[in-house]
Design a protein around this ligand. Structure first.
Ligand code: FES
Length: 165
């Protein structure tokens, strides 16, 4: 098991407590074809699917690890890499693009040294680009965690993001 709390030391490896996985596996015990719900629940608990978790699922369910990786990489809903505490989604769909989304994406990238799709080394921020979130009238749009930001501007969105703890 890996130790340390990333909140205490942002550069530390996070703790993977497999105890939570036991409950999930108990719940689906004996159910054939439950790989996807097990992976979904595991991802919900851990935020992504760490190697240790996939190995433990494989051991307990006797589903080969390669098959678990196959499923996890096939479906876009699954993530194999750890993400930041704050998920920044900036829309770069057509309406947002023409109204300046690229400038905000660039400003966020510069401010936090982060590429689209990437996560800062301290796991504070993950930047994702999405394509239309259905609010084109308020473009350019961003969603930070669950909060919607309309008519974003480069400096303002960077300031908002800096306020996050
Ligand atoms: S293009 Fe961004 S919300 Fe539609």
């Amino acid at each position: 098991m890996r130790k340390n709390n990333p909140r205490d030391n942002p550069f530390a490896e996070e703790t993977i407590d497999l105890k939570h996985l036991e409950k999930i596996l108990d719940e689906f015990k004996g159910q054939k074809g439950a790989i996807i719900p097990v992976l979904q629940r595991a991802q919900y608990v851990y935020g992504y699917l760490p190697k240790e978790v996939l190995q433990a699922i494989s051991r307990k369910t006797r589903v080969p690890l390669t098959r678990l990786y196959g499923v996890a990489t096939f479906y876009a809903q699954f993530r194999l890499a750890r993400r930041g505490r704050h998920i920044i989604r900036v829309c770069d769909g057509t309406a947002c693009h023409v109204r300046g989304a690229p400038q905000s994406i660039e400003a966020i990238g510069k401010a936090f040294q982060i590429e689209p799709g990437g996560t800062t080394p301290d796991y504070k921020y993950t930047l994702e680009i999405v394509y239309c979130i259905g609010s084109c009238g308020l473009a350019p749009m961003a969603v930070v965690n669950e909060k919607v930001h309309a008519n974003i501007e480069p400096d303002k969105i960077v300031d908002e993001l800096k306020k996050l703890d």
